[in-house]
Ligand binder design. Structure first.
Ligand code: ZN
Ligand code: ZN
Ligand code: ZN
Length: 184
């Protein structure tokens, strides 16, 4: 996947994309006031901020299907979380990543299986029982604290290699990449 798709940027609302904020300072007990340009702290002067792409699996809704189940691709948040950025060669048992457990509120999940292939039933005709299946890949993840577990289908668009540029961009997004080094 292209870098542009992995990292959606949007204009910083705080400084309207200028990267600069005018701040009024006063000295001499407020007798002298002047406007001083400061680098915008929300975007570090870049004028734009990173935004995780919205989740295609649930269309950004966070829930899927008639049962309104939590979308596990994004964990119900509607946009990519740390899981989507784990490089494929780190998708192994024991790798920890930033994700909240919705059973106990623990803030990390752990990969609990190697990549598995499975057949996903997409649709079927009742009378003929003719099934339309798709071969897909998934990994099981579990909460190290309460052992709650579920499968996450792998998205062909994510889990690419991370370049140093991307790592820097992710850190600006607030995604903690230290999970990469926490394989057991
Ligand atoms: Zn800004
Ligand atoms: Zn989703
Ligand atoms: Zn838990």
């Amino acid at each position: 996947m292209g870098k542009e798709e992995m990292f959606v940027t949007r204009q910083c609302r705080y400084c309207n994309g200028t990267g600069v904020r005018m701040v009024e300072t006063s000295s001499l007990f407020g007798l002298i006031r002047k406007q001083v340009p400061l680098s915008c702290e929300m975007c570090a002067g870049a004028g734009s901020t990173f935004q995780a792409p919205s989740c295609k699996h649930c269309d950004g809704q966070g829930l899927i299907g008639n049962e309104r189940e939590v979308c596990r691709t994004c964990n119900g948040v509607g946009h990519w979380d740390a899981f989507a950025y784990i490089p494929r060669d780190h998708l192994h048992v024991g790798t920890l990543f930033d994700r909240r457990c919705d059973q106990c509120d623990h803030n990390r999940m752990e990969i609990a299986s190697e990549i598995e292939e499975y057949k996903q039933v997409l649709s079927w005709e009742k009378e003929e029982e003719l099934r339309s299946v798709e071969h897909a890949e998934r990994v099981k993840v579990r909460c190290p604290s309460c052992s709650h577990s579920y499968y996450i289908k792998l998205d062909a668009d994510s889990h690419g290699d991370l370049t140093p540029d991307m790592v820097e961009a992710l850190e600006k997004l607030g995604i903690d990449l230290s999970y990469m080094y926490q394989a057991r």
